[in-house]
Design a binder for this molecule. Structure first.
Ligand SMILES: CCCCCCCC/C=C\C=C\CC(=O)SCCNC(=O)CCNC(=O)[C@H](O)C(C)(C)COP(=O)(O)OP(=O)(O)OC[C@H]1O[C@@H](n2cnc3c(N)ncnc32)[C@H](O)[C@@H]1OP(=O)(O)O
Length: 260
């Protein structure tokens, strides 16, 4: 696959490093999501792999979230395939038996934030120009219940409610204060710190850690599994509305104008 180049390396420590590399902004296209899920599945099935560090190969951007062009002016069949791929990615990452550490080395709005939230631990570069959050409301769209559940499980109900309603993108220091990221480190120390955190988590017996993780996350995962088709239908009916299409088009235009 060409668009989403994901470098993987499993060291002697049993840790893979996955680097998003889909210029210009690592947006989560259907192709990217499919490749990401396949990569996770391969690592999950590799007994030599016990943990994965997820980061970006691009400067300043971890991931710009779902590829908005995948949600604009496409067919029902396309929306169905795209949303199933988004669900699949989350089910694999949030439900992973591996230790997952996000080394967030750039901005991470919406779907990018979901990826970080789905990991076991988040370390972010301490650059106030980098921001992270579920900003869907700013685009005139609504974060689905499982994005919300994942967010609540990290920061708690009150912070999630305020942040989601306002569609806030939190600069790194604020994200740390809110508990949205666990640690801030200078950018050049990010991978070193991620490896140290990984070693700490891998020092425990896998079975005890994995069963505990399942216990903590199962209810939220089961909720999407039980309502997967309904969630796809909701997405299609939401995104097919002309008012939503208009909001998405205006948002894309705003992004382009910002450049000129
Ligand atoms: C009732 C219940 C119903 C439930 C229904 C559920 C419905 C849920 C539906 C959807 C959920 C969506 C979640 C998402 O993830 S939406 C995506 C949100 N993402 C963003 O808001 C980020 C937008 N991008 C930016 O803010 C910036 O691009 C940034 C990432 C900060 C990088 O800035 P910069 O380095 O300055 O780069 P540019 O802005 O110049 O961007 C370069 C080009 O990339 C294009 N771009 C950027 N982001 C996206 C994206 N997410 N998708 C597609 N394309 C993107 C941008 O337009 C530039 O393109 P070009 O060079 O052609 O001008």
């Amino acid at each position: 696959m060409a668009a989403a180049t994901l470098a993987r390396r499993i060291g002697r420590s049993g840790v893979a490093v996955m680097k998003f590399k889909s210029p210009p902004v690592n947006s989560l296209s259907l192709e990217f999501l499919t490749e990401f899920s396949i990569s996770l599945e391969k690592l999950e099935n590799n007994r030599a792999c016990r943990g994965v560090i997820i980061t970006s190969a691009l400067p300043k951007i971890f991931s710009s979230g779902l590829d908005i062009t995948e949600m604009c002016g496409k067919s029902i069949e396309h929306y169905t395939e795209f949303w199933r791929a988004v669900q699949e990615m989350w089910l694999r990452l949030y439900g992973s038996n591996m230790v997952t550490v996000a080394a967030v080395n750039g901005s991470s709005p919406a779907g990018g934030c979901l990826i970080a939230l789905s990991c076991d631990y988040r370390i972010m570069a301490e650059n106030p120009k980098f921001s992270i959050g579920l900003n869907e409301a700013q685009l005139g769209i609504v974060a689905p219940f499982w994005f919300k559940d994942t967010f609540v499980n990290v920061v708690g109900h009150r912070i999630a409610e305020r942040s989601l309603q306002l569609g806030s993108l939190h600069p790194a220091p604020e994200a740390h204060k809110l508990g949205l990221v666990d640690e801030l480190v200078p950018e050049e120390k990010l991978m070193e710190k991620a490896a140290a955190v990984m070693a700490q988590w891998l020092a425990l017996p896998d079975h005890a850690r994995q069963l505990t993780k399942t216990m903590m996350r199962k209810a939220v995962l089961d909720r999407l599994v039980a309502h997967r088709e309904e969630d796809i239908k909701n997405f299609i009916s939401f995104v097919s509305k002309e008012s939503i299409q208009k909001s998405l088009r205006m948002y894309m235009e705003m992004l382009k104008k910002k450049k000129s």
